[in-house]
Design a protein around this ligand. Structure first.
Ligand SMILES: Cc1ncc(COP(=O)(O)O)c(C=O)c1O
Length: 373
């Protein structure tokens, strides 16, 4: 269709002019926090494989064994034939790890949020959401058709005021937040939000995508969600909570019912990685130790969970600093709107357990050079 191509071309031209067009760059990930792009080896300081477990021999062996034994795909939705016993074992491990009665695994973290929220609240209900919450929490909120109200980032007092003003008009209410914010690396005020939710009979759902394995949080939420695709080096998402709520989600969450179950090799990967995390706290502490070393050297705020944002303002500047780092052998992708708010384009540095102190010091020098250029 000519008109379809024309619209696509016009939209791309607008994005290009604003330096907001995105490209998929083919990248081979290698052991030790290294990638190969266009034939060049680069040190990778922007992936979410924070514990470098995607090349861990035990984790890889678990994936290979499960794939050899049970095949590659799961064949169908979990409610048909895709519910491999490995999934139940993983759910039990996740529930134990989070101290909840039960857990439920989804095809991804995005699918978890897009499925859980609309299963629990609907058009007469209220959702309060942190303004910087991840896009998939917003997707779940929108799919639910509830009234969605943003509260200022990490501002429990603002959330309290909104709840006081609006809660009585809605039969049910959910409060949605990341635990560790993906683009800023800061922590949600979980204790305050938990108290607030208890006072107003609101259900707190937290997304711990960037926290699991990296930072232990005292989390009062009755719905603790996360992903298998970052520190666990696999793919998939999960929610932990009471047995009765998990039972309801099993039978109501559309993204579980109408989407294929995870492949056995992926499930085995997550299970092996969770065992590694529980067995090796010193390894889990490394990303944040390295992040703190880097932040201290550049006089940036002390990171809480292994993520260091360096806000540079415009997309052009973020792209230029990223290019400068690339020229020195470091991969740190520029993060631009709409992933982050207008005017806050940034470099987002993440640190892997397998990185060395010397590599982090070299990154610090390269960052100084790139900022000067
Ligand atoms: C807070 C948060 N939730 C969910 C996701 C999505 O998880 P997944 O990649 O498993 O879909 C991300 C990924 O970037 C995230 O940062």
């Amino acid at each position: 269709m000519r008109s379809l191509d024309l619209v696509a071309r016009q939209k791309l031209d607008i994005l290009e002019a604003r330096r907001l067009r995105r490209h998929l760059r083919s990248t081979r990930r290698l052991p030790g926090g290294v990638v190969n792009r266009d034939g060049h080896e680069l040190l990778d300081f922007c992936s979410n494989d924070l514990l470098s477990l995607s090349h861990d021999p035990q984790v890889v062996a678990a994936a290979v064994d499960a794939t050899r034994t049970f095949g590659t795909g799961s064949g169908a939705s979990r409610l048909v034939t895709g519910n491999h016993p490995l999934l139940r074992a993983l759910e039990q491990s996740l529930a134990r790890h989070h101290g909840t009665e039960d857990a439920l695994v989804f095809g991804s973290g995005y699918l978890m949020n897009a499925g859980v929220v609309p299963s629990l609240v609907g058009k007469d209900d209220l959702i309060l959401i942190d303004s910087l919450a991840h896009a998939c929490l917003y997707a779940g909120a929108q799919l639910s058709r509830a009234t969605v109200v943003r509260f200022n980032h990490n501002d429990a007092a603002h959330a309290a005021a909104e709840l006081a003003a609006r809660r009585a008009d809605h039969p049910r209410c959910m409060v949605l937040t990341d635990t560790v914010f993906s683009m800023d690396g800061d922590l949600a005020p979980l204790a305050e939000l938990g108290r607030l939710c208890a006072d107003h009979d609101a259900w707190l759902l937290t997304d711990d995508a960037h926290g699991l394995g990296i930072v232990s949080l005292d989390n009062p939420a009755p719905l603790k969600g996360g992903t298998l695709s970052k520190a666990l080096a696999a793919y998939g998402g999960y929610i932990c909570g009471t047995a009765v709520v998990m039972d309801l989600l099993r039978t109501r969450a559309r993204t579980l019912i109408y989407s294929t179950g995870l492949p056995p090799g992926v499930v085995a990967t997550a299970q092996a990685a969770l065992q590694r995390i529980e067995a090796d706290p010193a390894w889990c502490a490394r990303p944040n130790q390295l992040a703190r070393r880097f932040a201290a050297a550049l006089a940036l705020p002390t990171p809480a969970a292994g993520i260091v944002p360096l806000i540079v303002g415009t997309p052009e500047r973020a792209l230029a600093v990223s290019e400068g780092l690339l020229a020195d052998g470091f991969l740190v992708t520029a993060i631009r709107p709409p992933t982050v708010p207008e005017g806050t384009a940034r470099l987002r540095f993440t640190f892997q357990a397998a990185h060395t102190e010397a590599q982090v010091d070299a990154l610090t020098e390269a960052t100084r050079r790139a900022l000067r250029r």
